[in-house]
Design a protein around this ligand. Structure first.
Ligand SMILES: C[S@@+](CC[C@H](N)C(=O)[O-])C[C@H]1O[C@@H](n2cnc3c(N)ncnc32)[C@H](O)[C@@H]1O
Length: 257
């Protein structure tokens, strides 16, 4: 599997992947609603990256949050932002977690599973480190949601990479069931990520979507050229501004397998 190199991506990740206060609040509301948990819950933000969700989960929801990621550089950016030392930051491979059994009430992950070799191993590790009862929340762009998006239309080399690694919603739900999670449910969220097409173009230039770092320079330059022309002709196209993202939830209960 082709792997995105977060050592370099860390330098511009937050600029390239804007997440407005409004969108943070939208996702935190969903986390609170689906987890049914409140202040003091122990949360693992797995594949936390620069802490876009970990830090607000402490400051706004008053959870106790551990942010874990396999990239020292992404964690470095997260630590820089966490001036109040709200979050515990750990270098971890999601496929081989070092936490003891039953360590967390909630596991949240955003845009992680398509990066790992063995997503089912990640989910069984998640079940192990969750208390009973516990909740897993998986935020991701399923392949059926992203294959018509701006990146896939203007940068065709992206298609082969994502078709090979990105699951459908049904696949994520199946993986959760196989890992012995219950009450599995998914909800699609349409997130307004950009205010203008120009903003989206700037994000693409920064390769904010990591898959853009994995295509050839020629394909990248051609995509930027074509996207620029499209935005000049269609500056108000809402397609440029929105992302379709899924939240899939599963529960760990004390039931015999
Ligand atoms: C697209 S970023 C998402 C970051 C963050 N969750 C967010 O939504 O802003 C994917 C993150 O997964 C991390 N990652 C990739 N493989 C991993 C693994 N095996 N274990 C832990 N983290 C991993 C990367 O280092 C990167 O920070």
């Amino acid at each position: 599997m082709k792997i995105a190199n977060y050592r370099h991506i860390a330098l511009s990740y937050d600029q390239g992947r804007p997440l407005s206060e409004q969108n943070i609040d939208l996702w935190l509301r969903l986390v609170a609603r689906f987890s049914k948990m409140s202040e003091g819950a122990r949360v693992l933000d797995l594949g936390c990256g620069t802490g876009r969700f970990s830090i607000p989960m402490v400051s706004k929801l008053r959870f106790h949050v551990t942010g874990a990621d396999s990239s020292e550089e992404m964690l470095g950016k997260a630590r820089e932002k966490d001036t109040g030392r709200l979050v515990k930051w750990d270098l971890e491979d999601a496929q081989h977690l070092t936490y003891p059994d039953e360590s967390f009430n909630i596991i949240f992950m955003s845009h992680l599973l398509h990066h790992v070799d063995d997503p089912t191993r990640v989910l069984s590790e998640c079940r192990r480190v969750l208390v009973t009862p516990g909740v897993i929340l998986i935020r991701y762009g399923a392949i059926e949601q992203i294959r018509d998006d701006v990146e896939h239309m203007f940068f065709p080399e992206v298609r082969g990479i994502d078709e090979a690694r990105t699951p459908t919603v049904a696949t994520v739900e199946k993986w959760l069931a196989e890992a012995n999670f219950h009450e599995i449910a998914s909800e699609e969220v349409v997130q307004k990520t950009f205010e203008t097409g120009e903003e989206h173009l700037n994000m693409a230039r920064l390769k904010g979507t990591s898959v853009l770092t994995m295509i050839s320079p020629e394909a990248f330059e051609k995509g930027i050229h074509d996207l620029t022309s499209y935005i000049e002709d269609n500056p108000d196209d809402p397609w440029l501004l929105h992302d379709r993202i899924t939240l899939t939830v599963g529960c760990k209960f004390d039931v015999k397998a």
